[in-house]
Design a protein. Structure first.
Length: 275
C-alpha cells in the first residue's frame, strides 16, 4: 500500500475519491446555502463572494446543488458496481469452472447483451419502466454492466483452474464451492478490482447522461446530469450554470480513472513495464 501510494495517479485519484465520498455523506451540511431556496431577483448571476459558483435560472445556489448532487451520482455508481460486480463475478466464475453447456449458455447471454450499446439499452429500460427513480437508473445500468465482470472473471478462472494448487485441492477432496471461493476467486480479484474502478466512473457518466436526457432520477432530485441539461438552455445567457456541473462530472471520472490506471500498474508490474 505504501509503495502504491507513491504513484501520483493512485494518490491523487484516492484523495479525490475520498473527498467525493465525504461530500456525498455530508454535502447537505457543507452547502453554504439551502440548495432549493429561490431568489428570483438574482437569477442567472455569475460567481460572487456570496455564491462562489453563481446562481441558476431560479436564483438557487449552484455550489450547494452540486454538493448535494454528489450523493446521487456516487450512490448510483456504488450500487451499480456492487450489483454488476457481484453478479458478473459469480456467473463468470461458474462458467469458467464448470464449462460445458453452462459455460455456453452464460457466454451466449453475454454475447447477446454485448450486441446492444450499453447506454441505448439503459435508455430503453428507463423508458419502459416509468417509475422507480434512483433504483430504476441502477437497474438499467446494472442490466448490462455485469457482462464485463463476467468475461474478465471467466478468463481468469480458465487460466487458474489448471494451476498446481488447484490440482492439489482437488486431490485433497475439496468441493466446488471451496475451490471457487477459497482458491480461484481470491486470486482473480486483482483485475476485477481495477475493472470496478473504471466501472464506477462509467456508471457515474451514464447516470449523468440519462439525467441529461430526462430519463434519470425523478425531477427535483439534485443530479449533475439534470443540472447540465438545465444549463444547456442558458449557455448564451449564463454559461456557468452548465460549466460547473460539467467540471464536477469531469473531475469525478478523471479521479476514478486515474485510480484505476494506478491500481492496474501496481497490481500488474510486468504489464506496466511493457506499457
Amino acid at each position: 500500500m505504501r509503495r502504491s501510494l507513491r504513484d501520483p495517479r493512485i494518490a491523487g485519484g484516492f484523495a479525490l475519491a475520498a473527498a467525493l465520498v465525504v461530500i456525498a455523506a455530508i454535502g447537505r451540511w457543507l452547502a453554504p446555502h439551502d440548495p432549493f431556496a429561490l431568489d428570483l431577483l438574482h437569477s442567472y448571476e455569475g460567481p460572487s463572494s456570496a455564491h462562489w459558483l453563481g446562481q441558476n435560472q431560479d436564483g438557487e445556489d449552484l455550489l450547494s446543488q452540486i454538493l448535494v448532487g454528489t450523493r446521487t451520482s456516487l450512490l448510483v455508481g456504488v450500487f451499480v458496481v456492487a450489483i454488476s460486480g457481484t453478479t458478473g463475478v459469480l456467473l463468470g466464475a461458474v462458467a469458467g469452472w464448470f464449462g460445458g453447456r453452462l459455460d455456453a449458455a452464460i457466454s451466449a447471454v453475454i454475447d447477446f447483451l454485448l450486441a446492444f450499446p450499453g447506454i441505448l439499452l439503459a435508455i430503453a429500460v428507463t423508458a419502459v419502466v416509468p417509475e422507480g427513480g434512483l433504483w430504476r437508473v441502477i437497474l438499467a445500468l446494472s442490466l448490462r454492466g455485469w457482462v464485463g465482470y463476467a468475461r474478465l472473471t471467466r478468463g481468469q478462472v480458465l487460466s487458474l483452474r489448471e494451476r498446481p494448487y488447484i490440482e492439489a485441492a482437488r486431490a485433497l477432496g475439496a468441493g466446488h464451492g471451496r475451490i471457487l471461493f477459497r482458491h480461484l476467486l481470491p486470486n482473480a480479484m486483482s483485475p476485477v478490482l481495477v475493472e470496478a474502478t473504471f466501472g464506477l466512473a462509467g456508471a457515474i457518466r451514464d447516470e449523468a447522461a440519462l439525467s441529461f436526457l430526462g430519463l434519470g432520477v425523478e425531477p427535483g432530485t439534485p443530479s449533475w446530469g439534470a443540472l447540465l441539461a438545465t444549463g444547456r438552455q442558458y449557455l448564451l445567457v449564463a454559461p456557468h450554470i452548465a460549466i460547473f456541473p460539467g467540471i464536477a462530472i469531469m473531475i469525478t471520472i478523471l479521479a476514478f480513472n486515474f485510480l484505476g490506471d494506478g491500481l492496474r500498474d501496481a497490481l500488474d508490474p510486468r504489464g506496466a513495464a511493457r506499457r
